[in-house]
Design a protein around this ligand. Sequence first.
Ligand code: SAH
Length: 368
Amino acid sequence: MRREFAATLARVTAGRGVEKEDVVMLLTAQPGEEEEALYRQADAFRSRYVGEEVHLRGVIEFSNHCRRRCRYCGLRADNNRLDRYRMTPEEILASARRGVELGYKTIVLQSGEDPWYTADILAETVAAIKELGVAVTLCVGERPREDYELWRRAGADRYLLKHETANPKLYARLHPDMSWEKRLACLRWLKELGYQVGSGNMVGLPGQTLEDLAADILLLRELEVEMAGIGPFIPHPNTPLGDHPAGSLDLTYRVLAVTRLVVPWAHLPATTAVGTLSPNGRQMALRRGANVVMPNLTPGKYRPNYQIYPGKICINEEPDDCRHCLEGMIRSLGRVVARHPGHGLRRSPPTKNWKPRIRVEVSKLLQS
Ligand code: SAH
C-alpha cells in the first residue's frame, strides 16, 4: 500500500480534515490492499452511522415524458424512438397501495420533467399516498418554488434532485438550456421548505476527472444531503453520448465508499445502474457503504419504456417479484430490512476542521 494512501485514509477516518486532494487520493485506491482497506472502512462507517438496516424505497416511474434534452438520458425530448406513457393519478395510487402491501415504508414518485402533471395533480396524489401512512419522496426535476411548497404542504417528506456533476462547465455541456446555478437554487429551495433532500452524481461522464468526482463528494457534504444517489453513466444508443464508454464500476464503488467516509450520515442507495452493469453490483455496493435499495413498483407494462439507459434490470418483472428478490439479497448479506420509514439522520460529521475549497461558492449560492 502506498504510504500516502494509508496516511490519507487514516487521517480521513480519524476525522482530521478532508481536503479535496485527500478525496482525490482516496479515489485513486489501487486494486488489492488499498481498495480492500477503503471498502473495509466504508463498511465500518456504514455500520456505525446508519446501522445494519437496509431501507427499501419503492419507486413508481409514473411518466417517461420529458421536456429536457439531457445528453445522456434516454428519456430526452429529442428521442422519438421511445413509446411515451403517463400513469393516471389513480394508477399511481394503486401502485403505491401495492407498495404498502409489500411492506415498503417509503414511496418514491419519479418521472421525466412532465408539465402534464400540474402542481395540483401531484399535490393531490401525494396527499392520497400520505393517507396510506408512508413517507413520500418526489423526484420530478426542476419546478417553480411554489410547486415544491405546495407538495410539501400536501405532505411530501423528501425530494431527490441529483446535481449530476459538480463541475459547472461539464454540467452546461450535458444539459442544454439548463444551468448549474439553477440546479443549486432548486436544492436550496427544497432545503428551505424542510424537505429531506437527496442529490447525487453520475460517475464516468465523458470528460469527467477525479477532481470533478472529489468536488461531487464535497458538494454533497456541503449541502448536508440526507441521501445521495451515485451511479455509473451508461450510454444510451438514442442519445448524443451513445458512443461513449460506460462509467467504470470499480470507480463507482470507490466514489460510493469515499462518500460514506466523507458524508457518513447519508442514506446511500445501491443503485439500479450499478445492478445493471453487474449482476451482483448492488450486493457489492451494500458492502461498500450503501444502505438503501430502491425496488421498482412500476407496473410491468410500463417498465421497458422508462429507459433512461439501456439494459435496465428487472424490466420483465412485476412489483411482487422485486420484493422477494431483494429481501433474499439483503438477508444473504447478514443485514435486515428496515421496518420504519428511515428518515434522514443528519449528524455532526466526524471532521472538526473541514474547510472545503468550494464552500464560498456554494454558501453564496445558498444565500442568494
Ligand atoms: N427528471 C428527474 C428524474 C431523472 S431520471 C430529475 O431531473 O431529477 C433519474 C436519474 O437517472 C438522473 O438524475 C440521472 O442521474 C440518471 N440517469 C439518466 N440517464 C442516465 C444514464 N444514461 N446513465 C446513468 N444514469 C442516468
